[in-house]
Design a protein around this ligand. Structure first.
Ligand SMILES: C[S@@+](CC[C@H](N)C(=O)[O-])C[C@H]1O[C@@H](n2cnc3c(N)ncnc32)[C@H](O)[C@@H]1O
Length: 374
């Protein structure tokens, strides 16, 4: 039997234009796309309408076995499809288990190729105006993960060695920041070394906090910094004053409708147009479906929990999936990251009855009778 090929493709750090041409082309050609979340979902807009999309992001109760499930899905997909794209954030080989997936494919004789991506480790600091090297300030960079797998992970962090490196970039370390600062200072890194934490670079939630190494844990906590965020420590951080680009093209302003490449106004018009003649969107907002479907859920289960009409609800979910507002996976539904982020971040203007009122007023939309509970 002919076996397909798996491409481990880097999706970049969070802006749909920061994927390589090769990655973009592969997404257009793919028979099967296996993806996690966030950036990946937006990039899928370029996929073939008949491409199979398999979501393997975090699901309740599946944390332990998730990687095994992903590995098995990769092999099984390659055995029945020609081009399988495994999309991974940033670069697939940097702290993303890309090497483990490649090992598994090799062990199962599945042809594969790695398509590099723009890693957060180099791009996220620069989004905040911080180059990781500079002839006057830094001749060495270390990329470090703050995430330790489990108690089987016995690799020790060599804090003394890290303290001697000019620029340190920490991934997955928001909660570890106090320990990182304490250990580095204890191993000789000056407490007044400039340091920054960059949250959600290239997303509307982008936020940068700058201070000294000693101050950063407190400043970061006070600013409420949340993952994903990247920490940069070293004298290069002071270049930010000179190099921050206020009008960066690759910035996402909050008015941008994430995931659709449209302004929120035109997205609204498109949603309204798509929803006109149907009550789905308004009813879904009234039922708070977009909040409820944070996790993959079966329509029947949701209907049971809330006493809703199961058949009406299933039909509504299918239509919302057709509009791209939900993702359907093996009989389960969940919110599309992109659409839900839009609805959540912009919903103060458009939510619930407000949305219905705007649809009626601006688009001549006349919602049918509401979905009534059984
Ligand atoms: C599992 S690692 C994957 C890294 C990825 N393979 C790469 O090369 O960028 C995820 C971590 O990358 C960093 N990261 C990824 N995207 C980011 C972004 N847009 N802004 C800030 N940090 C980001 C965060 O430290 C996050 O916890």
């Amino acid at each position: 039997m002919a076996v397909g090929k798996v491409y481990l493709v880097g999706a970049g750090p969070g802006h749909p234009q920061l994927i390589t041409l090769k990655g973009h082309e592969l997404i257009r050609q793919a028979d099967v796309i296996i993806y996690d979340r966030l950036i990946q979902e937006e990039i899928l807009a370029g996929a073939r309408a008949d491409a199979e999309r398999i979501y393997v992001g975090k699901q309740p109760g599946l944390h332990q076995s998730r990687q095994e499930v992903i590995n098995a899905t990769l092999v099984e997909s390659a055995r029945r499809a020609r081009i399988v794209v495994r999309l991974k954030g940033g670069d697939p080989m940097l702290f993303g288990r890309g090497a483990e997936e490649a090992e598994y494919l090799a062990a199962h004789n599945i042809p594969f190729e790695v398509v590099p991506g723009v890693t957060a480790g180099l791009s996220v600091p620069m989004a905040a105006g911080i180059p990781v090297t500079h002839r006057d300030f830094s001749a060495s960079v270390a990329l470090v993960t703050g995430h330790r797998r489990d108690d089987k992970d016995t690799r020790e962090v060599d804090w003394a060695a890290l303290a001697r490196i000019d620029t340190l970039v920490f991934f997955m370390s928001v909660g570890k920041l106090p320990e990182i600062a304490e250990r580095l200072i204890a191993h000789g890194c000056p407490a007044d070394t400039p340091a920054a934490i960059v949250q959600q670079a290239y997303w509307p939630g982008e936020h940068v906090v700058v201070g000294t190494l000693a101050q950063l844990p407190r400043l970061s906590e006070a600013a409420g910094i949340k993952p994903p965020a990247t920490i940069v420590i070293g004298r290069v951080v002071q270049l930010r004053d000179r190099l921050t680009t206020l009008h960066r093209d690759l910035r996402r302003d909050s008015d941008e409708a994430v995931g659709f490449g449209l302004s929120s106004g035109s997205l609204f018009a498109r949603l309204a147009g798509a929803a006109r003649g149907s009550r789905d969107l308004e009813a879904a907002l009234d039922l708070r479906l977009f909040d409820e479907l944070d996790q993959p859920t079966h329509a029947a289960q949701l209907a049971r929990q809330h006493g809703w009409d199961a058949q009406h609800l299933s039909e509504m979910l299918a239509r919302l999936a057709g509009l791209g507002l939900l993702v359907r996976d093996q009989g389960l539904y969940r919110c599309s990251e992109a659409a839900s982020r839009f609805l959540v971040t912009r919903s103060s203007e458009y939510q619930g009855s407000d949305l219905g009122a705007m649809l009626r007023a601006e688009q001549g939309y006349d919602p049918l009778k509401r979905l009534e509970p059984e």
